[in-house]
Design a protein around this ligand. Structure first.
Ligand code: NAD
Length: 257
């Protein structure tokens, strides 16, 4: 087992990447705290883990709220005695997120509050717990859009993921000598609810697919395996990376027909 006796906190654990990662971590011997605002789906993640004999608990946490983030960390330590791994993964992609001229300030603020402040709070409150545990691994979900521009605009989302990437890099340096590793996971476009809701027509989907050398969307499970590596001691010399798992998009100039 690759995470035996570890304790992980996963935000956005009710769905998509977060849920798949929670299930995989539990399978690898890790106790999991699932934090989300979708209570029903979060309880479902916990039930799926319990059904396979794993340990998990759900805690309602809006990552844009400081008190909720302080609480999710406290629940992890109270329930499982320590915290070793933090996956700051909760995020939104607003359907009205567009170019700079048309995007409402409210859409910008909401996106920044969840995608950026949520990661900041996740680190702010979890780092002392990781220090108490003698170190740990933080994985922050950024995106390939933090590395490449797109003509299909989502200005707030893109800016938010750039912030996650640079914040992760700096945190990695600050805490490098405290046995705390921080990496940003940069997924490519995935076949999860978040993106499929945004690319809601075949034409929009096709417009993305032509840019992916592998010719398909990624799966949440494929991100979970990357998170597992970054969470485990197998990546003990890996910190401050932009860990790209994107079907080759960022390597491509022209994609195959
Ligand atoms: P998803 O919508 O399936 O899951 C996101 C989860 O975050 C949901 O369970 C949702 O309830 C939760 N959430 C939303 N707002 C929250 C809040 N304020 N507090 C706590 N939880 C909240 O999406 P996903 O595809 O699994 O996305 C996970 C992460 O991956 C996000 O940060 C997303 O930006 C990023 N990402 C996704 C893709 C993609 O193509 N799907 C690509 C790159 C990066």
């Amino acid at each position: 087992m690759r995470l035996k006796d570890k304790v992980a906190l996963i935000t956005g654990g009710s769905s998509g990447i977060g849920r798949e990662t929670a299930l995989l971590f539990a399978q690898e011997g890790c106790a999991v705290v699932v934090a989300d605002v979708n209570d029903e789906a979060g309880q479902e993640t916990v039930a799926l883990i319990a059904a396979t004999g794993g340990a998990a608990i759900y805690v309602r946490s809006d990552v844009s709220k400081a008190s909720d983030c302080a609480n999710m960390v406290a629940v992890a330590e109270q329930t499982f005695g320590k915290l070793n791994i933090v996956f700051n993964n909760a995020g939104i992609m607003h359907s009205d997120d567009d170019n700079a001229m048309t995007t409402e300030e409210s859409v910008w603020d909401l996106t920044m509050n969840i995608n950026v402040k949520g990661v900041f709070f996740g680190c702010k409150y979890a780092i002392p717990a990781l220090q108490r545990a003698g170190g740990g691994s933080i994985i922050n979900t950024a995106s390939f859009v933090a590395l490449l521009g797109a003509a299909t605009p989502q200005i707030a989302y893109t800016a938010s993921k750039g912030a996650v990437l640079s914040m992760s890099r700096e945190l990695a340096i600050i805490h490098a000598r405290q046995n705390i590793r921080v990496n940003a996971l940069c997924p490519g476009p995935l076949r999860t609810e978040l993106l499929m809701k945004f690319l809601n027509t075949d034409e929009k989907k096709q417009r993305r697919l032509v840019h992916i050398p592998m010719g398909r969307f990624g799966e949440a499970k494929e991100m979970a395996y990357a998170a597992l590596y970054l969470a485990s001691d197998e990546s003990s010399y890996v910190t401050g990376t932009e860990f790209v798992v994107d079907g080759g998009i960022t390597a491509a100039y022209v994609t195959p027909e």
